[in-house]
Design a binder for this molecule. Sequence first.
Ligand code: GUN
Length: 653
Amino acid sequence: MTLWEDFMFEIKSKDGLGRTGILKTEHGTVRTPALMPVIHPGKQTIDVKGPGAEIVITNAYIIYRNPELRERALSDGVHRLIDFDGPIMTDSGSFQLSEYGDIEVENPEIIRFQDEIGTDIGTSLDIPTPPGVSHRRAIEEVEVTLERARESIEYRERMMLNAVVQGSTHPDLRRYCASRLAELPVELHPIGAVVPLMESYRYRELVDAVLSSVSELPPSRPRHLMGAGHPMLFALAVSMGCDLFDSAAYILYAEDDRLLSTEGTYKLENLQEMPCSCSVCTDYTPSELMGMDREERRNLIAEHNLHVSFAEIRKVRQAIHDGNLMELVEERCRAHPRLLEGYRRMSEYLDLIEKFEPRSKRSAFFYTGPESLGRVEVHRHLKRVKEHLGERLALVAPSRRPYSSSLPARIGGFSSLRPQSGGPWRVVVVDLPFGIIPLELDQVYPLAQSDAPGIMDLDGEEFLRGLVRDLMDGDAIVDDALCSELGIELPYKYMGEVETTVDDLDRVRMVADYQFGMGAGELLFTDDVRIERSRNTGKIRHIYAGDELICTMRASDGLLVLGAEGAVRLHKGTDYPAWRVAVNEESEPFARKGKSVFAKFIIDCDNNIRANDEVLIVNADDELLATGKALLCAEEMMDLNHGQAVKTRKGGF
Ligand code: GUN
């Protein structure tokens, strides 16, 4: 019986490159991101299931080398051997290879052995090339790693297979290795030889190694950051697309009287107070632990270490669900300057991250420091909004920070770079974190769903000054409050006043242009549309053509949800593949009935689709079948074989 042919990984929710998912195995289902405690096959005494382990990892090479363990594993299976009935991953001995320089087994043999002892996920005998070696050595070893991954496919019979990305600290080799492995029929991808980087806090290089690898790995396969077991790092690693971690840290640190936390590591002898509220920390004082015999103390510290590690994994999963993973990353990275450096390095990979970033989220965007300005949401907004601004801008400071749509109806007191006369002016609020907020968009995600401190830091000020300078290259006037706040002096006074009321039709058209691209506003909302407001909030809710619903403006994020008439207009007025998800014949009747679209039925889609976009569901002939909300981005839709890809809102076209 093969397990790997039934391999199943499903993405459940997304935030940037981070995702929650489920991984199904013969021995049970694992929620990802997941932490796999390392189990020593001969000496394990600590319960890992109680604190939260759904999957564990053990070392096949240690079992293979020990006659007694080997005998028992071959007769009873690895699950009985280590007394764990959930999914088990095994490592191959490569780590021993990196530690001791040599091992006594060949790749085919250790692959066959892992299969025979009934592991769920086995690993090929990759070469863990250390950081900083020459390009020549790294590429030679990558070729061996690739060859062994290919060979493992021939030798495995039933288990799922890990194919490890190597390439040392050479991003081009990480990309090369990952892209070759992506072509192979394997199920998971560890990212290897990063332990030395983590041990020496070289997080900037870690970010390069991980993101270069992830950029070429298929989104449908879980990625495992090998040897990462410190909870301080989980949020950052997940935000780079890692789904699995393995921890020997919980026991290794315990042996050394060190307690893990998301802020770093505590040495027991330095503690006056226990650091958390787990049962170990509430039942014992540091001095009571110090007085215990070694083994008892080690087991209790290991219990604490597992507790904080699993608590952090749960927190990360919740943050992805809520859409505030990056706020958590920003908090965690403040624990150590090297972590902050690693996080800052991520801004070099914005194009990659953007492809996976949902277009709207449940949580507001919080500015937690200058790094927030490097986030994808800010870059995406500025790129889009600049296409829509046009000429003759009146740049104003918000009347209140953070910006809320409460400007006076008319504003005076402007200056400019050159003499200005006559209107009309388009009012643009200049504020952190998104910089440029045209009034028409001031209820739209993420502009309205964001917050920044009212007292700006120097980077924030410089960011806004740079934007104002750019905008002044065209015709622009700047209100006196903004000039004084940003320390800008302009030679000419503009004597007129500027109106801040926004026409409803202008508003809905600009939202449509911002959301669906230039021209969508006029396409969807012809001059004869009827705009209805909510009786409770007074905000725009529905836009009709006669009695036909074109769009609803969603209260939670101010974005447009397509009604039947809106879908027909967008479909007629745009060319394939814009905003389309094309499904195969098998799926067509289900989509027409309004049933959700599963990823495996998708034959094509618009590359620009991101999770939470409104999409048109069509067949291979571009006939409109339904509309819905994308749950995945384009790349994921095309690559995944399991789970929902579009939540259909309305079929029946
Ligand atoms: N454990 C920690 N690093 C590695 C690695 O690079 N390869 C394998 N197989 N196991 C590891």
